[in-house]
Structures are given as C-alpha cells and as structure tokens.
Design a protein around this ligand. Structure first.
Ligand SMILES: [Zn+2]
Length: 333
C-alpha cells in the first residue's frame, strides 16, 4: 500500500489522487488553520461563553466519553473557563472499566455533574449488529469513521441535544480533535432543520431493526418544535487550542486520569473500537481513523511516522473476538 508523502492517507482511500511529489489531493485542498485564525476563533468562543453563562442552571453539557480528548475538554471548561458542566456519558455497553473509574474521578475532581446514560444492552446489540453486518450509511460518511462509530456518535449527538433542550442548557461541547472536525464548525449554532436532517442518517436505517424502541433516543416532533432561541450552540474547543497528545496526556494524568490498558490504541475508553476498525478495514481496505489521523498530521500536531504507525496497526484479535462474542457476530478468522 502507498501512502501520501505528507499525511497518512493510503492509495485505497476513496477519491484520492497523488501529484508527482506523492502528495494527495486532500493535503493540497485542505486549508490548515493559521495561528491567527485559531486566535480569532478562541476570541469568538470566549465572548460567547460570557454571553451564555446560565444563572439558573448548567452552562454546558459535554459529550464525555472518559477518553483523553473529552477529559482535556472537561478540564478546560471547568478550570480555565469556570463553567458549570454536566458531563454526559453514553454507555454503549463497551466502556472500559478503567474509563468508568476515570469518569467518576475526573468529574469529582473537576467539579462537574456526571450523567451516565445506558440503553438496554439488547437494543445496543441489535443496533451494532446491524451496523457491523450491513452497509447502512452513505460511502461519504464511512470515509470518516466506521459504521459502528457512526452509529454510536449518532446516538450521542441526539441524546445530548435532547438533554440540552430539556434542561435549558445553552452550550453543547465536544472533545473533537483537530482531525475529527474542522475549525469552521468549532462554534456553531444548532437549529431544528439541520438537526432533523442529520439525525435521519443514523436513525432511519436503524428504525427497521429496532422500531419504536429506538424513538426515545432521538429528537421527536415536540423536541424539534422547540423555539429557536432555546437551541444551544455547539462548541469544540480543541480545534483552536494547541493540540499535542503528549501534553494532553501529561496534563490529565497529573490530576488522576489513568490510561486504560484494555482498549485498542485508537481509543482511550471503548472496547468495541477494535471490532469496528477490523470490520471497516476488511470491507474498505483503509483504516477508519485514517481521515482523522491525516488531519492531525497535516495540522502539525503529530509526526507523520507516528500517524503511519497508527493507521498501519492491526487490531488485537482478542479484543476483536471479545466484542464480536458480546454482539453475537460470527466473523471470519
Ligand atoms: Zn495527504
């Protein structure tokens, strides 16, 4: 397999072309945020926070997986910006035990409320089972993440927005790395029309397997009819702050976060990730984290060699089998 000379995208990545220097079209066409641009976004963000502080309740609901990026985001929101945070964790049935311990310790230490939300495992099993077996999403969606991750994130985004609307919380935060989401969306007003379109991507294919049992996890007509002024602003501050994995790990470890020993190298919280990656690589011949890691490498926050190591790494088959057994999936090998 050949890889771009600049980032880590392989020649199997959809739509990729290389110039004579071996640099891919995504590197040539993706603008890298300048320091000035980052500073502008930071200023906008800080102004927004002052405007949105909520005297009557929580200031922000954070999608909190207990992993390193969302823990670092929690640290920024509480320590740097002194916000009242509701840390929302979606328990998909595969959160590592160490990640759960991290969630309890970090929310206590940082003074955030922890909200653990766990759908019945039978429902998750149905949903992930379908995502693992069939191609239910558009190819474009699957360029960026595995079918299983896309499913889980769909639930998280819908549930967190439902939580913000029902508790009147003005901000929704994510710990997206600079490779997962562009700086242009780092501060973004939500609205019912876009939400209705985006939740269809995940909800509609799953309705066929889970029917009405799925409905409580997505926004319904009543939620979507909430007046515009009550819709929160989405923020993902890691897009405009300095992103360095080593520094992030050092900072959160200094306050008691412990790296789980049982997750795969691309995740610091989820035991389903190895199976998700394995299936994606079998089906599409590229790593589902390739897009994200390419973005981090391009932005200068990770050495290309380190990124290449991540996208070339094969899954630990013990972990793949562990998740497959829990989901009741037969897989070759
Ligand atoms: Zn490239």
């Amino acid at each position: 397999m050949n890889y771009c000379a600049k980032c880590v995208l392989p020649d199997t990545f959809p739509g990729i072309t290389f110039d004579e220097g071996g640099v891919c079209n995504y590197c040539r066409n993706t603008p890298i945020p300048t320091e000035e641009e980052k500073h502008e976004h930071l200023q906008r963000f800080e102004e927004l926070i002052e405007k949105k502080r909520n005297p009557k309740g929580f200031d922000v609901v954070l999608a909190y997986s207990g992993g390193k990026d969302s823990t670092y985001t929690l640290m920024m929101l509480t320590r740097t910006y002194k916000l009242k945070v509701l840390a929302f964790t979606f328990d998909n049935g595969f959160i590592s035990e160490q990640a759960k311990v991290n969630i309890h310790i970090m929310t206590d230490t940082l003074g955030a409320a922890s909200f653990m939300f766990r759908p019945p495992f039978g429902l998750m099993k149905q949903v992930f089972g379908l995502a693992a077996k069939e191609t239910i999403y558009s190819p474009k969606t699957l360029d960026r993440a595995s079918s299983i991750c896309t499913t889980c994130i769909g639930f998280v985004k819908a549930m967190i927005l439902k939580t913000a609307l029902s508790y009147h919380i003005p901000l929704v935060a994510y710990g997206w790395s600079p490779g997962q989401a562009p700086i242009a969306s780092a501060v973004m007003q939500t609205n019912p029309r876009l939400q209705s379109i985006s939740q269809r991507t995940v909800r509609d294919p799953l309705l066929q397997v889970a029917g009405d049992w799925l409905k409580p996890y997505f926004l319904n007509e009543e939620d979507l009819a909430t007046p515009q002024e009550r819709w929160p602003v989405n923020i993902h501050p890691l897009a405009f702050t300095k992103y360095d994995e080593e520094v992030i790990l050092a900072k959160i470890q200094a306050i008691g976060w412990v790296k789980p020993a049982d997750t795969d190298p691309n995740s610091t919280n989820c035991l389903l990730n190895a199976l998700a990656n394995y299936i994606h690589r079998q089906r599409f011949s590229f790593h589902p984290y390739a897009w994200e890691i390419a973005g981090i490498v391009r932005s200068g926050s990770m050495a290309r060699e380190e990124g290449l190591g991540k996208v070339c790494q094969e899954e630990d088959m013990t972990m793949v089998r562990y998740a497959a057994d829990l989901l009741g999936i037969d897989f070759p090998g």
